[in-house]
Design a protein around this ligand. Structure first.
Ligand SMILES: Nc1ncnc2c1ncn2[C@@H]1O[C@H](COP(=O)(O)OP(=O)(O)OP(=O)(O)O)[C@@H](O)[C@H]1O
Ligand SMILES: [Mg+2]
Length: 229
């Protein structure tokens, strides 16, 4: 799905990480772990085209996405990516369903009908019947579940999740991970930056950023049979 090739990020004389190489395939969940400030978010932001690496490539379907201009960047975000952030990134002043309809529209313009309807997605995340409530009236755990429902409607090929469970209790963390796993089994590639051992332990592979700014694959948990890239 995505091949990160010899990617580096420097600020002046400071190297955040360098020579980072890894791939993530459809059906695979990859955890990025490391101390605070080690550069997990900035790596996710580079893959998500919200930031630019200092060197290296991020390859998708034979193209280096880091070289995309504004139009190709927009298209890649719209057609390939799904973001899940700690702060939910919802339209707070709008209703739950209005937040999800944005993804329905996006999906219709790109790949036909959504695979999951708004009602089905809300039911799956335990928010059935809540579609007319304003997002800012929901709790943090509920807002994160709205963000997940939005991803279920969008069905992106690649989900980038930055501390998606950072503000959640154990039960809500399990809900988020169950749904991410379901989406990964449905053919999506998932990269999660996390401090949470429960999240890490549910991923297929772990990459650790250490003090030397090297990212190493620490362990593959199990091999997935039948995954495609
Ligand atoms: N534009 C920038 N210029 C200079 N330094 C930056 C810039 N953007 C990020 N940094 C630095 O890069 C470092 C890594 O930040 P990043 O948010 O990626 O870490 P992180 O691993 O996600 O940490 P946390 O676990 O706390 O979320 C930080 O020290 C930050 O100050
Ligand atoms: Mg971070």
């Amino acid at each position: 799905m995505i091949d990160v090739v010899r990617l580096s990020k420097t600020f002046g004389t400071r190297t955040l990480w360098s020579d980072v190489t890894f791939s993530v395939s459809r059906g695979e969940m990859l955890a990025l772990v490391g101390p605070s400030g080690s550069g997990k978010s900035s790596l996710l932001n580079c893959i998500g085209l919200l930031d630019k690496p200092s060197a290296g490539e991020i390859r998708h379907k034979g193209q280096d996405v880091t070289r995309f201009g504004p139009r190709a960047t927009r298209r890649f975000r719209r057609d390939v990516l799904g973001y899940l952030f700690q702060n939910y990134a919802l339209i707070e002043n709008a209703s739950v369903s209005a937040n999800l309809e944005v993804s329905v529209k996006l999906r219709r313009t790109t790949r036909g009908k959504p695979g999951v309807t708004v009602v089905e997605a809300l039911d799956r995340v335990g928010l059935a019947g809540r579609e007319h409530e304003k997002v800012h009236h929901l709790s943090g755990g509920e807002q994160q579940r709205v963000a997940l429902a939005r991803l279920m409607v969008k069905q992106p090929a690649l989900i980038l999740a930055d501390e998606p469970t950072g503000a959640l209790d154990r039960d809500n963390t399990a809900v988020v991970m169950d749904i991410l796993r379901e989406m990964s089994e449905g053919g999506c590639a998932v990269v999660v930056a996390t401090h949470d051992d429960h999240v890490r332990d549910r991923c297929d592979a772990v990459f650790a950023v250490d003090e030397n700014a090297v990212i190493a694959r620490t362990w593959p948990r199990h091999e997935h049979a039948g995954t495609t890239s």
